[in-house]
Design a protein around this ligand. Structure first.
Ligand SMILES: [Zn+2]
Length: 298
């Protein structure tokens, strides 16, 4: 009897202890969940208002995770904003290995830009725009950028004669478009494409000085190794453009493809789905140009 009574008392104590322990456990779990939610909502708002140092640190790491999660929600191969806006102190002289395709659009934005973006989204691929400032559509760089694409510079007014008349003119044109883009995106791109390419018939024998000016300013210039052939005065038929792509890409592992985003070139827009499908059928992956990409210089 005594034994059983003695045995009952500890059991009561054990029940109370278990109950208290469970309460402590539940309270600490609730506190933990609350901290998690606070960090998460701070991340979404871009805020670092969490008071403790450790919370700030975890908030920073959550921001990086949330950014990459948002990028992967858009498309699995999207580059983060940090990667796209990064600068580089040296040029990359090594061609990428494997089948990589860089779709590039010069002379935009234009009235076609939204449709181009819709097509890229549909195929889950991204492209690089080299933009000019006087098309009346420069505000669209925000859409281009926000949808995971790249923005580079191509001069403000695209007037070859004045652009190439002197190194100062060239630098001033790139500065002007860079500042205009900065007004929309909050940073100045450091990648650019010379109108007409880096070796063109418009420069005044000063192409080496222009390239040196690029290096002096930390700008990385990109030519191309495939052209869709849409620089003709009148738009070429879609079949011709797609044929150009297939012919010029046949012997290349990586392709930097010159196209134009211009009101005057509707067939480039019409050909784009077939261009993307061609590269996909050949096993290419798509990427955007960054400051540390290979330059495809002529
Ligand atoms: Zn151009």
């Amino acid at each position: 009897m005594d034994t059983s009574r003695d045995a009952r008392l500890p059991r009561h104590r054990l029940v109370w202890l278990a109950a208290i322990f469970a309460l402590i456990l539940a309270a600490s779990c609730l506190a933990g969940c609350g901290q998690g939610k606070a960090a998460s909502s701070g991340t979404q708002g871009g805020s670092s208002s969490t008071p403790e140092v450790s919370d700030k640190m975890s908030g920073t790491s959550s921001t990086a995770t949330a950014t990459s999660a948002a990028a992967s929600a858009t498309a699995s191969d999207a580059r983060s904003a940090e990667e796209r806006s990064a600068t580089s102190s040296s040029a990359n002289d090594v061609k990428p290995e494997g089948h990589v395709c860089y779709l590039t659009f010069d002379d935009g934005p234009s009235s076609h830009t939204e449709q181009i973006l819709d097509i890229l989204d549909q195929y889950h691929v991204h492209a690089t725009w080299f933009v000019i400032g006087n098309t009346g559509h420069l505000d669209k760089v925000t859409q281009i950028w926000d949808r995971g694409n790249q923005v580079g510079l191509h001069s403000y007014d695209h007037e070859y004669t004045s652009l190439y008349a002197s190194t100062d003119n060239f630098v001033s044109q790139m500065d002007k478009i860079g500042q205009s883009v900065n007004g929309y995106l909050g940073f100045t791109p450091t990648i650019l494409r010379f109108p007409g390419g880096s070796n063109n018939s418009y420069d005044t024998g000063n192409s080496e000085q222009l390239k040196q000016a690029c290096r002096d300013h930390g700008w990385h210039y990109f030519d191309w190794n495939v052209s869709i052939g849409d620089s003709t005065p009148t738009p070429s038929p879609v079949e011709t453009l797609v044929g150009n792509i297939e012919e010029e890409s046949a012997d290349k592992h990586s392709c930097c493809v010159l196209m134009h985003d211009s009101d005057a070139k509707p067939t480039t827009l019409e050909a784009l789905p077939q261009v993307i499908e061609y590269y996909q059928s050949q096993g290419y992956t798509f990427d955007v140009l960054t400051a540390d990409s290979y330059g495809y210089h002529f």
